[in-house]
Design a protein around this ligand. Structure first.
Ligand code: GCU
Length: 652
């Protein structure tokens, strides 16, 4: 925007402000002036810079199955706690062509030229990766960091478009290319992409800048208070996605949920349903679906921007924890292919049981944070996923709760190939501003992004809309809206949330009103850690108001790895072992019949600014079964033994 216009605009407003001095006119007058001011400002922004307000194009799914160019690697950065790159010294937003704006490259041409920002070594930072683990100056940093790199335009034919795709940026990202704003995104754990106008692309040295801010705010998701480290930065893969001008943007293909899978097996007739969403409407185009192993080859004529399809197959190997069968699938629009690997399975609740492919299944779970504790950093790669799942498998677990936010896409994709069931969640965590409609919109957006990205992952069986949110009318209204949204977005999976329960020696009664809406009743209980000693489990009784599957989404106790003492000693490995022994005995002897699984808190110690016991915590939540150096604690083997027994009994 041209500064002098803005200046005049402001000046006019200032003059109008004078009118506000006279009290009787002021109230109504002020209201109208503000309304006019805001409306006019947005209008002006929209007219002058339509690109600016375009928050985000529709998400492109399965970038792994498309033509992409990675932009991972070494980027440059500027730490900008005072937002100097965005605002001038009068805290006015900098003009688009302002040489002092950090989205602009300013190369001094003559001796008298000067600039006060630039992107070069040694100010290097790795992408993907949080900034906190890359340099001690960033360890506790919450604020703005500007990221920059150049890239050359890949080979693009005239019929193709280029999109810029981010796996995730924590928390708020403003993206600029060659001095122009492509858009912004909020939410630290879900992907987003922007179409790059062809006219904006240069063959060489495109100047890409991302302003990243990870400050916490009451009205955001998550809000200011969490029990995990607020890792900032471009934390996941960045890539250019090259697609035909008309392409398949999203799709879903799975066993039709409304079929009786046992009958389908008997009749050797499996009903497969799905849909395809295109980036724009087409006329008389052709979409084809090929699943060679199932001898499926179907063509459909399409006019418009979407297609629904349904067909059945005689023989199929159903995806399950002991048979993680994935089929190669190719979808084409006018011959342009996108490939994917998909497992076919049915997940459902039948009364008080969770059933996978028509058979009851008990969830032997474990909670995971998206972190590699040995390196004190966010996990982001296939290798990181392999490390975490390696430990999960060692536990004989068949399920993971990815807490408390959607993890990187390598996680559900690896779970698909390993046969591990997945609970994935949006960070509606603790004291969210439930009464604020804007906050609900933010939660709904993150929920949609989570479901859109992972809806083709057979391993994902549960969408969770939140964790330990305090019971109130407003909260239940907020949360039940999310449950309904999830069911609309994807009726083929279960929806839940981690509820809270009170402790007492006698009966623990689960009656959280949100349990009315969820498919399974999941709760976090810490009887023996936050409530009493582990012996309390010996007498505790449990009952839920709901005739639904009952799932323990968290239970656990702290232990500093290598600290040994009598079992009564808090933070000793012996206490944690005692805790697990008593919990497991309680599960076996005193839990209701609808008990359908448990995911203890947590696989490994993780960073938390809330944990400051100088002897035992030192900024770590120590409830891991594996310590921050990767060593297994005594309790790891207690849970491993319990799961081994269950696995042998279940036969899978
Ligand atoms: C809570 C919460 C976790 C937290 C854990 C703990 O239940 O959901 O995020 O880390 O308890 O207290 O260790």
């Amino acid at each position: 925007m041209d500064s002098h216009i803005l200046y005049q605009f402001n000046f006019k407003i200032k003059r109008m402000n004078l009118i506000n001095q006279t009290p009787e006119v002021s109230k109504t007058c002020r209201f109208f002036i503000r309304a006019i001011k805001n409306a006019a400002f947005i209008l002006l922004l929209t007219i002058l810079n339509p690109l600016y307000t375009n928050a985000q194009d529709d998400l492109i799914i399965n970038t792994q199955g498309r033509k992409t160019v990675s932009l991972n690697g070494t980027w440059h950065y500027i730490i900008d706690p005072y937002e100097t790159g965005f605002y001038d010294y009068r805290l006015r937003e900098r003009r688009k062509n302002d040489g002092g704006a950090y989205w602009n490259k300013f190369v001094p041409k003559k001796k008298t030229d000067w600039t006060e920002h630039g992107y070069q070594a040694p100010y290097n930072i790795q992408v993907p990766g949080d900034w906190n683990s890359q340099d001690p100056q960033f360890l506790y940093y919450e604020g703005t960091v500007w990221y920059q790199r150049n890239f050359d335009t890949p080979d693009v034919t005239s019929g193709e478009d280029v999109y810029l795709y981010f796996g995730a940026v924590n928390y708020e990202a403003h993206v600029y290319l060659n001095g122009k704003k492509l858009g912004m995104h909020k939410g630290g754990f879900t992907p987003f992409n922007f179409k790059i106008p062809a006219a904006l692309l240069k063959d060489k040295d495109n100047f890409l800048v991302v302003r990243v801010n990870n400050e916490r705010h009451q009205e955001e998701i998550p809000t200011v208070n969490t029990d995990w480290w607020n890792y900032g930065g471009i934390t996941r893969d960045v890539k250019l996605v090259v697609v035909p001008q008309e392409f398949i943007q999203q799709y879903h293909i799975q066993l039709a949920q409304d079929q009786d899978i046992i009958k389908s097996q008997q009749l050797k007739k499996y009903d497969i349903k799905g849909w395809v969403k295109l980036n724009e409407a087409v006329t008389d185009a052709e979409v084809s679906i090929e699943i060679p192993e199932l001898k499926v080859k179907r063509q459909y004529k399409v006019t418009g921007d979407s297609l629904k399809f349904e067909f059945d197959v005689k023989k199929i190997s159903l995806w399950s924890t002991d048979n993680p069968k994935l089929y190669d699938i190719t979808l084409k629009l006018n011959g342009n292919p996108i490939s994917d690997k998909i497992g076919f399975r049915k997940i459902e609740v039948d009364g008080e049981q969770i059933k996978l492919n028509g058979k009851q299944i008990f969830l032997r779970g474990i909670c995971i944070h998206e972190e590699i504790p040995q390196e004190v950093r966010r996990a982001h790669s296939k290798k990181d996923a392999a490390q975490l799942f390696g430990q999960v498998k060692e536990l004989h677990a068949n399920m993971v709760r990815l807490a408390h936010y959607p993890h990187n896409e390598y996680m559900p994709r690896m779970a698909d190939s390993l046969g591990i069931l997945v609970w994935t969640e949006i960070p509606v965590y603790w004291t969210i501003d439930f009464g604020n409609p804007e906050v609900l919109k933010k939660a709904q957006k993150q929920l949609k992004e989570m479901i859109v990205r992972d809806r083709n992952r057979a391993s994902v069986i549960i969408w969770s809309v939140g964790n330990e949110t305090p019971v109130s009318e407003t909260r239940t209204q907020f949360m039940s809206t999310l449950v309904k949204d999830a069911k609309k977005l994807d009726p083929t999976r279960l929806v839940s949330a981690a509820l809270e329960v009170g402790y007492n020696e006698g009966k623990n009664y689960v009656d959280d009103p949100l349990g009315e809406y969820t498919d399974i009743v999941s709760l976090n209980e810490y009887l023996g850690w936050y409530g009493g000693l582990p012996d309390a489990c010996k007498t505790a009784q449990w009952e839920t108001k709901y005739n639904k599957p009952f799932f323990i989404s968290e239970t656990g106790a702290g232990a500093k790895g290598g600290f040994h003492d009598e079992k009564e000693m808090r933070f000793s490995e012996e206490y944690q072992k005692w805790f697990y022994e008593e919990q497991i005995a309680m599960f076996k002897e005193r839990f209701p019949d609808n008990f359908s699984g448990v995911s203890p808190w947590i696989l490994a110690d993780f960073r938390s600014p809330r944990r400051n016991n100088p002897d035992y915590q030192e900024g770590w939540n120590r409830k891991g079964l594996i310590d921050n150096k990767g060593n297994k604690k005594l309790a790891f083997y207690v849970l491993q033994q319990y799961y081994k027994e269950l696995k042998e009994k279940a036969g899978h």
